[in-house]
Each structure stands twice: as structure tokens, then as C-alpha cells.
Design a binder for this molecule. Structure first.
Ligand SMILES: [Zn+2]
Length: 238
């Protein structure tokens, strides 16, 4: 059963009421709606807790998709957690400090990908450190230069917005694809676009802050050679 992913429309939601609609074979708790981001795109699933109407607290270690199409989310309880049954109403709550740090970091990675306009081959979002891997033919990247350019984007207070676009709309606007830093996937009917005003446009399912100013101070701490054409760029909060 598809989960209503509230975090996609409002990444600032810290809690919500939901109903348990099922338990997976692995013991994952499926809710009708959730504010838990599920592991994907290099961003880990949220941690937090579910609290039942009778006050039983179930710590959640992570959240994962149960299907390839990423329509259903299972909340993975910490080992030894008390059981919960289908039909129960719970309050879901995420560890907000951790999630907000990831939102800031994830948004910073969009800026990094705008500074380095090369194909991205991998990435990872953490609370204090993150990285993107780029397919870059030559070396010569300068840490301080990249940091300065990201800092300028953060200082620009650029708005970060999301919108859904249908495959048909995408086809009618080839210019849109041209301005995107990442080619959107097609075939699912619609794609979610994230725009950092005047700086970056790409399809993305992650969680972001509303303005680049919320990212805060970040700097490039390392540029690592990963194979002949790969450079791993690490960002950290200052
Ligand atoms: Zn994103």
C-alpha cells in the first residue's frame, strides 16, 4: 500500500499522526502516512520514534522503501522494541536535529554540483560531512575556490523550491531538461524537480531547506582522487 510521503511536500514537519497499515516480513512498520524520509539518493533514512495511543514508545532506527518504485515506506524498529499492531494509531516523530543537519547538507550538495558542472557518479549525505563523486577528466580543482563559490551562493539567500512535472510537460519543454544539471528519469509519469533560484535545477527526491541561507557555513575539506576520472569532494560544516 503506497505511503503518503508528507516530507515531500513539507520537509519541515517534525511529527504527524498516522495509522499502522501493516508489518513487513522483516518487522518493518508500514504507516498510511509519514514524515520519515526513507533511505535513498545517498541520504540515510530518518531516526525517531512511534508512540501508540496508550503511550508505548517504539524507537525507529531507520526508514526504508519496501519496493523498487519507492511507493511504500517501512519504519524499522530498534532491536527489542515493543510490538505494534495493524490498525493502531500512532504519533510519528523524527529526530529533528539530525534531519535538519541533513537537509542543510543535502542543499549544500546541490550548490556543489552547480559549482562543479560535471556528471555526478555518487554521493552521501551526513550530519557533519557529505560528499559527491564527480566524473572529471582532469585534476586541478581548488578547495578554497569551490568553498568561496558555495559561500557566495549561500549568502545569496536563494529560495529552494520543489514542483512536480509530468513526463508530457517535460517533453513539451526541452529547454527545461537542458538547464537541469541531472537528466530526469522518465516513465513513472511525473518527476519531482528541485530548483535553487537562478543556481540549480535538477530532479531530486530528497529533503532540502527553504533558502540557501539556512545551509550555514560549509567548506570543502578534501578532494580525493578515486580512479582516473573520478574526484571525490568532501564538504563539512565550518
Ligand atoms: Zn536534493
Amino acid at each position: 500500500m503506497p505511503t503518503d510521503c508528507l516530507f515531500r511536500e513539507d520537509s519541515y514537519l517534525k511529527n504527524c499522526e498516522a495509522r499502522v497499515v501493516g508489518i513487513t516480513d522483516q518487522g518493518g512498520i508500514v504507516l498510511d502516512r509519514t514524515i520519515f524520509y526513507a533511505t535513498s539518493g545517498g541520504q540515510p533514512g530518518d531516526t525517531g520514534a512511534l508512540t501508540t495511543a496508550s503511550g508505548t514508545r517504539i524507537p525507529i532506527a531507520t526508514a526504508v522503501y519496501t519496493d523498487q518504485a519507492k511507493t511504500e515506506i517501512a519504519h524499522v524498529p530498534a532491536p527489542g522494541s515493543p510490538p505494534v499492531s495493524a490498525g493502531e494509531v500512532v504519533t510519528a516523530e523524527i529526530d529533528w536535529d539530525k534531519r535538519y543537519a541533513r537537509m542543510r547538507m543535502h542543499t549544500a550538495l546541490h550548490l556543489l554540483s552547480a559549482v562543479l558542472a560535471y556528471p555526478v557518479t555518487g554521493g552521501s549525505v551526513g550530519e557533519s560531512e557529505s560528499r559527491l563523486d564527480f566524473d572529471i577528466p582532469e585534476a586541478g580543482l581548488d578547495k578554497d575556490d569551490i568553498t568561496a563559490r558555495i559561500s557566495a551562493m549561500i549568502a545569496a539567500h536563494a529560495a529552494v523550491t520543489s514542483r512536480w512535472i509530468s513526463d508530457a510537460e517535460l517533453e513539451e519543454n526541452p529547454g527545461l531538461v537542458k538547464t537541469m544539471s541531472v537528466k530526469p528519469p522518465t516513465g513513472t509519469g511525473r518527476v519531482r524537480l528541485i530548483e535553487v533560484a537562478n543556481l540549480d535545477l535538477q530532479p531530486c527526491g530528497g529533503t532540502h531547506v527553504r533558502s540557501t541561507s539556512e545551509v550555514g557555513l560549509v567548506h570543502v575539506i578534501q578532494i580525493e582522487k578515486k580512479g582516473k576520472q573520478n574526484r571525490r569532494v568532501r564538504l563539512a560544516f565550518a
